[in-house]
Design a protein around this ligand. Sequence first.
Ligand code: G3P
Ligand code: MG
Length: 431
Amino acid sequence: FSSTPVWSSSSCPSGPPAFAFDIDGVLIRGKHVLPEALEAVRKLTHPDGHWRYPVVFMTNGGGVCEARKAQQLSEWLGVRVEADQVILSHTPMRDLVPELAQRPVLVSGRGDVLNVARSYGLQRVLHTRQLGRAMPAATPFSTYPPEEQDAATGGSASSTAAAPPPSAAAPSLAAVGPHPSSAGASSTGIPGSELGSRSGSGSESGSGRFCPVRDLGLATEAAPIDTVLVMTDPDDWYRDAQLICDVLTGAGVATRSAGAAAASGAPPVKLVFSNPDLLWANEFPKNRFGQGAFAHMTLSLFARLTGGARPHHVTFYGKPNPQPYRLAERLLLAQARRLGLTPPQVAPESGSESGSRSGSGSAVLPFSGIFAVGDNPAADVRGANQAGPPWVSVLVRTGVFQGPGPNCDVDTARVAVDDVAAAVEAAMHHS
Ligand code: G3P
Ligand code: MG
């Protein structure tokens, strides 16, 4: 890389610089904090440790609440980071809560996503681990530690941990039907489909009769799961791909069969992924599959099951999609006002977190640039470029980007430098 940045010709309004730092591959690699990250923080803070400019941390990772990630970042970087400086892959999903608060929602993902979803206001949320544990025969290749062990290991899906009281109106879940007989599948009639509808009476499975689903009190045949939120990379791709496909095809627990759904006029199940990353960078020397790889696998399996169909409603959050960038703009603006760096009359962005700018459309963001420092061309470079001025994409080579190749957008990065400290230097020089 040349250390001389190549600035875009796009004009940026005058004003202070602001920064949006990616985390994996920019500040850390797995469990290791990159030394350049500490140098970058030194450049961006006053001697008393306060931030000189507005700064947010935008990651396609998650699995904890924003306050916990802020605490981790504070410990890693030796500077105080507040919760409203942190945008996780699932943070913009808070925008979905008014619509989903009382609906049975299935969540997938490692970490504490069940409690994160509850903290956002979802009242009837079920984790795939709970669903799988309630009906082990549905995912025979997965294992389910005892609930108390799960809870002890911080497993987030303990149905007893702060679970909201099951709604009295929700009847216990009926048995989901006879165990698939070994008599072979009969076609569902969908041409080319491999979706076998198991007919025939229930048969003794190896471990006894097919157990009825325990009352999880959160979803019923009458009020089936109608939204699936993949909030972080799952810890059991097989289990979650299987259960998500069950929900999408109406062949699983607490779901209405596809036919019944169509007959009832119920809307199709919505599937939301929080992160499209095919690859990401941890401490291993080669990039690793991310949630985008899981999405690809799950959607490919759904297509195989349904003769090539794609679920009716699939939405992707996470960089490069607009939701985190619009939310970042609002958070940076609030910080600029707190730091006294922005004329008070600049109104906060009124746009929702779902990715739309305020009603005026061309909201003025009083920054000389929002320097988005990232390591993944397909997420961080593309996202900042698509977000438009004053966003400035800055690519570093301490993570996913390891040189030109099929996944590389380096030629569209506005700035290409070696690491995050050089990125801050270049941004300060430009501002
Ligand atoms: O799972 C996290 C990974 O997909 C990328 O994280 O911080 O580089 O956006 P980040
Ligand atoms: Mg990254």
